[in-house]
Design a protein around this ligand. Sequence first.
Ligand SMILES: Cc1ncc(COP(=O)(O)O)c(C=O)c1O
Length: 456
Amino acid sequence: MEQVKIMLSEKELPQRWYNIQPDLPAPLAPPIHPGTHKPLTPEDLAPIFPMELIKQEVTMEPWVEIPDEVLRLYRLWRPTPLCRAYRLEEALGTPARIYYKDESVSPPGSHKPNTAVAQAYYNKQEGVKRLCTETGAGQWGSALALGCCLFGLDCTVYMVRVSYEQKPYRKLLMQSWGATVHPSPTNLTQAGRSILAKDPDSTGSLGMAISEAVEDAASSEDAKYSLGSVLNHVLLHQTVVGLEAKEQLRIAGEQPDVITGCVGGGSNYAGLCFPFVKDKLDGRDIDIIACEPTACPTLTRGAYRYDFGDTAQLTPLLKMYTLGHSFVPPPIHAGGLRYHGDAPLMCLLVNQNVIEARAYHQNTVFDAALTFARTEGKLCAPETAHCIKAAIDEALKCKETGEEKCILIAYSGHGFFDLAAYEQYFANELEDYEYPQQSIEEAMKTIPVVDESPGE
Ligand SMILES: Cc1ncc(COP(=O)(O)O)c(C=O)c1O
């Protein structure tokens, strides 16, 4: 009989996270202090992050133990299933075998709580009482709301205004787990007030919401800041996904030839692909494809430079592909893919040609989501739809060449809170949008110039 789901038992849950840093093909450029332009010290980060996460940010240990309390909470939804998409394969008429690692089964419906519960745990350990964060699509805000709820912490979420208005149900989910949610920009922070002074109707951006959350945390005695993507420790926590998938594929007698995932800040895809990146660096031939929207083409058209993580220039400078910290995204629906930068670890691997980046227009992406929903039954998040599109393209290539490849998809979340986007798609109201080159060039002029010569 066809086995659709490959499950692991609770006992088989990975006990350690995989740290890619010692295996990188080139050294990772250090984060830089926004004022001095010198590499950051742990003390610089201490006002906003707990020490254990700061250590994880720079550790060169290849494995990091997952604390027992985090493992206990992971068991609420982990291990997640690895599913074989037989019906999609049949519909495409492809000889490829398609698998997807289903992170949509978590309580908030995505991969995000894999790091949220870990971050809440380390903050609780160090006596923090409240966490502040930003959220775009609302997936990260709801994951952190859950993490804080499970550890008895307060949670303040700055939600990009356009998403707050488009997705009232995400806000209610966060409130159900006890979080306080503000539409950003607000007049509660200096950063928010100065944005509103220039543009009272600002629809917000992740960069703006980050500025507000960082300012709130840095100016409160017992609060810290929590980021849902981009940073090394976040990607580290997400590797539980890839480690499980690797074991599940081993049980199925498979090794992936192609892996696709969507990239907003890089966390879900890094989580799935990093354990396989290690295999590629060790010589296995794997196409690792990172997918993003043409409306926010960070990896495909951004510059590989140091830039701020936020609009108000409060965060450290990170070396990454960037569209410029002043980027205000067009309001396309894949809210989680609207960030101007990406994880430095992911960017380095793209820069070293280990990971390939592709950008897609949103209508083709929704076509792919519907093909998936009408074969596999599951309605994915618009973010996830980007890598379903790439997987379908790859499977159709196999149909032409007759190659029997194994394709693995990072199924990062469900789309039940994104039905307004599907409604627009059905009404032919979704616009395909190519981010203008001129806007990228203008934004580049506002990026600080950092001397990257050796010895810096
Ligand atoms: C379902 C889903 N997938 C992907 C992303 C993109 O984030 P990341 O690249 O950090 O995984 C988001 C972000 O909100 C998301 O909600």
